[in-house]
Design a protein around this ligand. Sequence first.
Ligand code: NZQ
Ligand code: ZN
Length: 393
Amino acid sequence: MLNFTYYTPTKVVFGKDTVSKVGELTKAAKATKVLLHYGSERVKKTGLLGEIEKQLDAEGIGYVELGGVVPNPRLSKVYEGIDLCRKEGVDFLLAVGGGSVIDSIKAIGYALADEEQGDVWDFYNYDRTPKACMPIGVVLTIAATGSEMSNSSVITKEEGGVKRGCNTDYARPVWAVMDPTLTMTLPEYQTSCGATDICMHTLERYFSLPGSMEITDSIAEALLRTVMKQAKILMKEPDNYEARAEIMWAGSLSHNGLTGCGSDGGDWACHRLDHELGGLYDVAHGAGLAAIWGTWARYVFDAKPERFAQLATNVLGVTPKETVEATALAGIEAMEQFFRDIKMPVNLRELGVNPTDEEYKLLAEKCFKTTGPLGSMKKLMTEDMEKIYRAAL
Ligand code: NZQ
Ligand code: ZN
């Protein structure tokens, strides 16, 4: 087991009717003026935003609103938020929504706490590192990215379709309110995208070359089994509270660092390959991951087939075959079958993407430019990335 630091400062308030705690949590954070950040008008129509505003009013806390965050959140909205918060003297940031809203508010938080007052994109372009972030609270409405506890924020710069992540512990929210009933209004597609993302956060960390980590593996395998089982239940019973709750908590645990303790940090190739797809074609993150995973797995599995075989037997119910390689390959097929079961794409065509020759090259070049050699199982160079994109069609 490798050395590690595990840091999860976020206070999680989980369960039915926990939205009623937002006022007191915001007060306890000593907020005087809050940015309420959200996506579409949905949160107004459902009454969620009104409920939050009522509580802030009751606590005597001022607020301003900024909606309009879209999936694959845009840099231009971040700039709008920064200007508004400076003008209004905001001192606490409250995200009401999913990963896109949370990531947008994290970027705003970095900028507001930036003593140099430089361009926030510098942090996503790896030119500077954030040294602080304004405190953030979250009311989560979709179980997916784990951004409510994670150190990560992913923003898309419209010019050039560049989607980049910035990871620092400053971005971890102070608190997150997680009521599983809020996720019952999700379209089936978004529920499945979320379940896929949760599995992938776990798998990216699971595929690590060095080290023995029985405890971390056991947590990861239990998490995967649970999410796969409950995601299939939600296909038939979208209002099943227990299934929603299991998946929501799994989402946070999958990306708060727990399933990476003792590993080399994981592989992350699929996430990087998908981020380029998100930047260029604006696809949903979870669906992009499902579309690429099987091809990536077949490309790298021979670097450590026993790891894929372990996934196959411990998580996917595969009976060991004659060789470890055959077991590994049967596991990859079983994982793809799970994606099909929850109506996720297993290739680019099913994702609705058919890149031109130029675009295959562009995707791989942009990916390499951002990360350099990619992955833990196998170090992927530009030509490997291009091969994976092409084979994923
Ligand atoms: O605009 P609203 O109304 O919120 O609609 C959203 C959006 O259209 C909708 N939705 C959310 N909750 C709902 C709902 N619809 C009905 N009922 C509800 N209760 O769902 C759509 C998708 O929302 P979004 O926030 O984009 O989804 P997600 O949470 O999957 O976030 C995806 C973004 O996060 C990034 C992804 O790359 C992508 O940009 N990631 C962030 C990470 C992080 N910060 O740690 C890690 C991830 O690996 C990921 O890269
Ligand atoms: Zn993800």
